[in-house]
Ligand binder design. Structure first.
Ligand SMILES: N[C@@H](CCC(=O)N[C@@H](CS)C(=O)NCC(=O)O)C(=O)O
Length: 236
């Protein structure tokens, strides 16, 4: 599946003037072909509303996040695969306001989201949150089997944070208006992103999943990190 995503993203970046860009429908059909219903649900929700509509029945876990934040997708997708319920109220966090309140600073001192509120206390950092959720269902294998496989998953999760998320944010955030447009840093981001996607393409040439033969947290984190790039490609 990720081979398809990276191929599409590579195609977008290489052939930006091509009249034959792959549209959302083709993309979803590709995912459907690979049987990835969970991702389809998320991509569908992202394109329709930019908000994950994920109210679930009452749970002991609650995610506080900006609606549509790709970092929260890591937790929501991991929860779907792990069969863990997470509460989410899209009105709980209002960007530009909530993060500055003393109450919120108590659980997230830098005012950042996502935050997972657990019975043991708040948990910060989207990758740590996704790992915590994935570990609720060891039988699902999201965290890998052997120590080496677990380390491979960690390796790809860290790689994604550094080689995909950083350049993707450099490219996409100015488009969203989250950062001032700076052509130099946008071009650097685009160049780095293309190089990283080539690595991904090469890795997935001979396999369907990042690690092993099933979906792991490496696939979930990587897919989440690529959502904005894939859907904003026409403006890249
Ligand atoms: N490394 C953190 C980054 C969290 C982060 O930067 N969150 C952004 C939203 S995507 C945020 O809260 N920004 C608000 C701010 O910087 O004030 C993670 O993965 O959770």
């Amino acid at each position: 599946m990720l081979r398809v995503i990276s191929a599409i993203v590579l195609g977008i970046l290489y052939d930006r003037n091509s009249p034959q860009k792959i549209d959302e429908t083709s993309f979803l059909l590709f995912l459907a072909g690979f049987g990835h219903k969970t991702e389809i649900e998320f991509f569908f929700q992202y394109t329709q509303t930019s908000k994950p509509n994920l109210k679930t029945k009452m749970s002991s876990l609650k995610l506080i996040t900006n609606a549509g934040d790709y970092r929260s997708f890591k937790a929501f997708i991991a929860a779907k695969y792990a069969g863990v319920n997470i509460d989410y109220d899209e009105n709980e966090f209002v960007a530009g306001t909530t993060e500055n309140t003393p109450e919120f600073k108590k659980i997230s001192p830098l005012g950042k989201v996502p935050v997972l509120v657990t019975p043991q206390g708040p948990l910060l950092e989207s990758n740590a949150i996704a790992r915590f959720i994935a570990r609720h269902a060891p039988a699902k294998g999201l965290m890998g089997g052997s120590f080496f496989e677990q380390a491979q998953i960690d390796s790809w999760v860290d790689w994604t944070a550094n080689e995909i998320e950083v350049p993707a944010c450099m490219v996409v955030y100015p488009i969203f208006g989250f950062l001032p447009a700076n052509p130099k840093s946008m071009n650097k981001g685009k160049k780095d992103l293309v190089e990283a996607l080539k690595v991904l393409e090469n890795h997935l040439r001979s396999r369907s999943f990042m690690v092993g033969n099933t979906v792991t947290l490496a696939d979930i984190v990587l897919t989440s990190a690529l959502v904005y790039v894939v859907f904003e490609r026409t403006r890249l």
